[in-house]
Each structure stands twice: as structure tokens, then as C-alpha cells.
Ligand binder design. Structure first.
Ligand code: SF4
Length: 267
């Protein structure tokens, strides 16, 4: 049996399409223990003798801390947009991040995956979906016939919320213009939203993800972009049942089939 077939079979099993395989990540906690930023560790060390207090750096300010909207709107490429916003401190999440997580993939991808926000691994590496959920997303992409560099992956917020909590509506809405500019530059043919947050913040749809997943939505941008809502891979890991895996697989198949029917097979 070839390695490719093994990969395909394993992926289908993971998604619940064939067989029922033991959950690989059941013992893993969904939300990792938050990393205490180095600056906090330093701040908690005992003061052994009287020292002259170091001046506390002022909060970031100036044009880089809150990128001007006209520069965001005028960014001519994803690289230019990233340069423009990578030092952003426009919402409280900026102060706690280790790394800014812009997104990655094909700048002209036909399919865009949008998650909620960076977790611990993403914050450490500055890349989206690189932890356990990222491993599952890679398998999901493989089952669709895509590799990571054939799609684009990003999040609603670019900085990690503390303790992996859901971003507040204010944080998400503050970051949303960056995502919208990413979408304008990528011009995807179809978007897959992962979990409830991107659906709520990007499309204004607050219906529970369990009820609305698998039902096509339309993003009112670029003449209307079809959006397929599905579960977040982290939820799939947490609820590793055959029903959940089958549901996700059905949603991904729907997105892939729509692409094939309207834009030809995967390149
Ligand atoms: S989450 Fe978005 S708006 Fe908030 S600081 Fe980070 S880049 Fe800026």
C-alpha cells in the first residue's frame, strides 16, 4: 500500500468517513496552559535590595500602534498589509501577544479558511493553525485534495486572546478591517469559516454553529462570496465523535464540490 494511500485512508478515518478510529487527541486539553509572558516572570522576581526603579516604558503610541485606515485600505498586497499592521496595538490583545499572526498560504487562493484567533502555539510561532488543531486542519485539507500552500488560512483576530478565550466583540470588530482587506486582496472564490466566531463577526450571523454549519451563507463583499460554516478543528478534537467528523467532512466536501463545479478541479 503506498504512503499516499495510507495518508488518504488515515485522513478519511480521522474525519469519520470510514471506520471508527480511536480518538488520537482525547487526552490533550483543548486549551493549553497559558504561557506566562517573560516580562511577567521578570516582574514577579523578588527585589533583594533597594534599586533605582527602571522607567516603565510608555504604552505604544503613534501611527504604528493604530495603523491608519487609509493605509490599511490602500495596502496593495498581503505583504504590504502585513507590514502596515504588524505592530498594531489597536485593541488590548496587542499588549499580550508574543507574535503577531497575520495568516499564510497562497495569496491568490481560491479557498480561504477563517478561524477565530491564535492559540498558544500560533502565538509562539507567528503562524496560524500550527498546534493540534492545525494538524487536523492539514488532514482536512489533504482529504479535500489541497495542501496548505494551495489555500489561505487566517483568523478574525491576529493576536492571541489571554487563556485562549473567545475574542470580545469589540476586539474582533477592531481587527475586522484587516481581515476584510485580506479578503479583498486574496479574492477567494469560497470561504470556509471555522467555528462560531468568524461567522458572527464577519457575517453577523449569531445562530449557533451546531445549527447553522453546513448551510451556505453569503459574505457581502466583492459581489458576494459563498461561505460554508463548519466546526472549528479544536471543537472536532474536543468532540471526537463520528457524527461531528462526518458533519465536518460533509461541509468540506460541499465547499470542494462547489469549487470544482464553478472553478474547475483543484490545481
Ligand atoms: S488583535 Fe487585531 S486589532 Fe487587536 S492589537 Fe492585534 S492586530 Fe491590532
Amino acid at each position: 500500500m503506498s504512503g499516499h494511500f495510507h495518508h488518504w485512508r488515515d485522513t478519511l478515518q480521522d474525519l469519520g468517513v470510514i471506520g471508527l478510529v480511536p480518538p488520537p487527541y482525547q487526552s490533550e486539553p483543548l486549551h493549553d496552559t497559558p504561557v506566562v509572558p517573560q516580562k511577567n516572570i521578570v516582574a514577579q522576581q523578588p527585589v533583594l535590595e533597594k534599586t533605582i526603579a527602571s522607567p516603565v516604558p510608555p504604552p505604544p503610541s503613534g501611527p504604528k500602534a493604530v495603523p491608519p485606515q487609509d493605509l490599511v485600505d490602500g495596502a496593495a498586497s498581503l505583504a504590504a498589509l502585513e507590514t502596515c499592521i504588524q505592530d498594531c496595538q489597536a485593541c488590548p490583545l496587542g499588549a499580550g501577544r508574543i507574535k503577531f499572526v497575520f495568516g499564510e498560504g497562497d495569496p491568490a487562493a481560491r479557498i480561504l479558511f477563517v478561524g477565530e484567533g491564535p492559540g498558544r502555539d500560533e502565538d509562539l510561532q507567528g503562524r496560524p493553525f500550527v498546534g493540534k488543531a492545525g494538524e487536523l486542519l492539514d488532514k482536512m485539507l489533504g482529504a479535500m485534495g489541497f495542501s496548505r500552500n494551495q489555500v489561505y488560512i487566517c483568523n478574525v483576530v491576529k493576536c492571541r486572546p489571554p487563556d485562549n478565550r473567545t475574542p470580545t466583540p469589540a476586539e474582533a470588530q477592531r481587527c475586522l478591517p484587516y481581515l476584510r482587506r485580506q479578503i479583498e486582496l486574496i479574492r477567494p472564490a469560497v470561504i470556509v469559516t471555522l467555528g462560531a466566531t468568524p461567522l458572527r463577526e464577519l457575517l453577523g450571523v449569531s445562530t449557533g454553529i451546531t445549527r447553522i454549519r453546513g448551510q451556505w451563507q453569503t459574505l457581502d463583499m466583492l459581489g458576494g462570496i459563498p461561505v460554508m460554516p463548519t466546526f472549528h478543528p479544536a471543537y472536532v478534537l474536543r468532540q471526537y465523535t463520528q457524527d461531528v467528523r462526518r458533519a465536518v467532512w460533509a461541509d468540506l466536501q460541499a465547499a470542494r464540490n462547489w469549487l470544482s463545479e464553478n472553478h474547475g478541479p483543484a490545481k
